[in-house]
Design a binder for this molecule. Structure first.
Ligand code: CAA
Length: 255
């Protein structure tokens, strides 16, 4: 039984629907566990050749659950090591497609960036708003975005925390296909069906070789993770997250 996702199978395609619409699919810890466990099940199931992750019309996912994190400390985060589970997504061998409508922010953007191919609505919005909460991306965002768009641009986007229109993500080569919002699912399933006709073992070998060229370093992930935990020692984290919950702009003091 899962509370926050729905898993279905359509031919050779395994589909994971993120299902927490009351909070724009904010990813709490249980939900991330459910996603990763389902990914691993599909990855081990020989009948499944391609995996799709999708959200709903409003949001793919609006990031990690702020309410769940607000009282965390570097100690509690280190004890939980809540982002370690994300490492397992990078071990999924089958093609992983993201179908993105609406918002993909913070951890939601990081989940998208962990996917192999991204199909987005023309009006989808990506971004890392963590800085506006007094923290930073912690599930691979600084590493993945920097690899994909280069240091200068990644710093600008992550420092400003602004929303990146899908068209911009497409121009940077982050998004594979831009389609009308109502066609995202259809186009994703069409692409997934096409991939499902290709040789599964060859596709896995290709992914492994391309990832070797991509050369994502675990050291970078570790620095990001530790710095994310460290951000929770600041008053700005308390202020940023309180401000979000109280629906007001934050006032940062730098301590
Ligand atoms: N965590 C917890 N609750 C969230 C949430 C989140 N990340 N995102 C949205 N919600 C909740 C809202 O609090 C709201 O709840 P109530 O109805 O109880 O007030 C509900 O979802 C709907 O959201 P809004 O009313 O804000 O809807 P909107 O359409 O006006 O805005 C939004 C949607 C732009 C996504 C906005 O909700 C938003 O900016 N969300 C936060 C995005 C964010 O900062 N994400 C980063 C989180 S930190 C992170 O992800 C760290 C990491 O690296 C893993």
């Amino acid at each position: 039984m899962t509370d926050y996702i729905q898993a279905t199978v359509d031919g050779h395609i395994g589909v994971i629907q993120l299902n927490r619409p009351e909070v724009a699919n904010a990813l709490n810890r249980q939900m991330v566990d459910e996603i990763v466990q389902q990914l691993e099940k599909f990855d081990q199931d020989r009948a499944i050749r391609v995996i799709v992750i999708k959200g709903n019309h409003q949001a793919f996912a609006a990031g990690a659950d702020i309410e769940e994190m607000i009282d965390d400390t570097p100690f509690s985060l280190e004890q939980l090591n809540q982002f370690a589970v994300w490492d397992r997504i990078r071990l999924i061998k089958k093609p992983l497609l993201a179908a993105v409508n609406g918002y993909a922010l913070g951890g939601g953007f990081e989940l998208v960036l962990h996917c192999d191919l991204i199909i987005a609505a023309a009006d989808a919005q990506f971004g890392f708003p963590e800085v506006t909460l007094g923290v930073m991306p912690g599930a691979g965002g600084t590493q993945l975005l920097t690899k994909m768009m280069g240091r200068q641009k990644a710093l600008e986007w992550i420092w400003l925390g602004e929303r990146m229109p899908a068209e911009v993500a497409y121009q940077y080569g982050i998004v594979n296909r831009l389609v009308a919002p109502e066609l995202v699912e259809e186009e994703t399933m069409r692409l997934a069906s096409q991939l499902a006709t290709r040789a599964p073992f060859a596709m896995k070998l290709i992914k492994e070789a391309v990832d070797a060229a991509f050369d994502l370093r675990q050291e970078g992930m570790t620095v990001e993770r530790k710095n994310f935990y460290l951000a929770f020692s600041s008053n700005d984290q308390q202020e940023g997250m309180q401000a979000f919950m109280e629906k007001r702009p934050p006032s940062f003091k730098g301590d």
